[in-house]
Design a protein around this ligand. Sequence first.
Ligand code: HEM
Ligand code: HEM
Length: 186
Amino acid sequence: MRKLRHPLPVRLFHWLLTPTMLIELATGFYLTNPSRRLGLPNVRSARKIHFVTGSLLTALFAAYLYGRNKTEIVPERRDLGSHLWSFLAYELFLTPKKPEFPKYNPGQKLLFTLWLFLIPFVLLLGWLLYFPQFFQKWIRLFGGLNNVRRLVYLASVLMTASIAGHVYFALTSSVAHLRSIFTGRT
Ligand code: HEM
Ligand code: HEM
């Protein structure tokens, strides 16, 4: 029997997060610059889709933050020391020996921890934009509506770039780990 790597709730979370996040990014970038290339009909529909997926994402991520055991994700001292060096040495082709880690490698841990903060931050800013009257004080704290929009945009660029890195490594580093996000087992 293959070893269980991802229990069902984590896999469900992952495969609900993937399309909702991609739709949220696509509709968000469309709202920055409505262009026919993204295949959306108009700003009104983009706003509606952005709101519905934004609400789903908020619920999904709240459940993840509440339910996920963070000790597997947040880097420990050795992830920033010896583990990081052996990981970098392998990734930079300085050694042919692939290092083994208890679950995630230091790169994955750093990325997932970044998302643990970045995603709730963008979700919060999104709600500020959606209810600007109600959140007037909060918006002032961030330097006004324009600054909030700028922050959402920059965070979305960072999200897109980091997702591209995640997918690249997921597809190229280990077939067993890739299989496990679908079947649960390595
Ligand atoms: C990961 C989550 C999210 C991402 C990546 C995201 C991304 C974006 C982007 C890129 C923009 C355009 C910013 C600009 O250039 O002006 C935007 C605008 C906006 N977002 Fe989001 N967003 C997220 C979540 C949310 C949520 C939860 C809501 C609330 C329902 C929301 C509501 C809005 C609103 C109201 C705007 C302004 C739309 C307009 O100009 O009419 N967003 N978002
Ligand atoms: C087609 C696109 C994607 C593929 C093939 C993919 C693949 C994977 C794989 C294989 C893992 C497990 C890695 C391992 O066991 O070592 C994983 C975990 C993860 N992925 Fe993705 N991914 C994709 C898209 C995304 C997107 C868009 C996000 C959103 C930010 C995301 C967020 C995550 C998170 C947070 C985890 C860790 C889950 C946990 O253990 O809590 N993934 N992904």
